[in-house]
Design a protein around this ligand. Structure first.
Ligand code: ATP
Length: 216
């Protein structure tokens, strides 16, 4: 029987409740067999994160350890090259059966940035794309994505058929939380309790992460 695997990539700097709640809700709504959070090593489009890759990974592991529907995949941290999503998809596909369904979760902001991604037109050969609404984001899709949306989007995420090739928007509890906000709060010496799981908060405190930083 075909498996249904979801993946959510990100810098997770740090992982927070919107990542986790969104991932869990999608896993439930779409009856996924597994949803993997994939921390990126050297994000090609972002300035370097302040926590090390190992620390970001450790926080994601702590965040999911008591939730059986969520898992961590560290393959992008094990690569010595920049972690392009297309490479990750090809690598995952190499491990799956041909009819397994792969769902790439993207927040709306990440989805809008798709046309700048390496070999982005090939992504849908390997996966379906699930777009998560993000309450803190703009609402217009960029011009470059309009044709793709017209050709590939389906209204109901339950209606995604086959191993790859379609786009659907998924509802999740709107949570206007960002890692940037969390880093800013910590830099100001303020609490981030309830924005991250307690285990992640304890890790941040133990390792003195994100203190006194002024960048975004
Ligand atoms: P930063 O503030 O550092 O840019 P972030 O909070 O956006 O970080 P990322 O690790 O960059 O977190 O996000 C990973 C994925 O999760 C992206 O696809 C992003 O769009 C999505 N995401 C992050 N926060 C939310 C949110 N509040 N609601 C929905 N999706 C989100």
């Amino acid at each position: 029987m075909a498996r249904r695997i979801g993946i959510l990539g990100g810098t997770f700097n740090p992982v927070h409740i919107a990542h986790l709640r969104g991932a869990l809700e999608v896993a439930e709504q779409l009856a996924l067999d597994e949803l993997r959070l994939i921390p990126s090593a050297r994000p090609p489009h972002r300035t370097a994160p302040q926590a090390t890759a190992e620390q970001r990974l450790a926080m994601v592991q702590l965040a999911v350890e008591r939730e059986p529907r969520l898992a961590v995949d560290d393959r992008e941290l094990r690569r010595d090259k920049p972690s392009f999503t297309i490479d990750t998809l090809e690598s995952l596909r190499g491990e799956l059966a041909a009819d397994d369904q792969l769902f790439l979760l993207l927040g709306w902001d990440a989805f809008c940035g798709l046309p700048t991604w390496q070999r982005w037109a090939e992504l849908l050969q390997h996966c379906h794309i699930l777009v998560l609404q993000r309450p803190d984001a703009d609402s217009e899709a960029p011009e470059a994505l309009r044709d793709l949306l017209a050709a590939r989007s389906v209204n109901d995420p339950q209606g995604l058929v086959g191993p790859s090739g379609q786009i659907a928007f998924v509802w999740q509890t709107p949570l206007a939380v960002s890692a940037t906000q969390i880093r800013h709060l910590l830099a100001e010496g303020r609490s981030v309790r309830f924005l991250v799981p307690d285990a992640v908060l304890a890790y941040i405190q133990t390792h003195g992460l994100y203190r006194g930083q002024t960048d975004s």
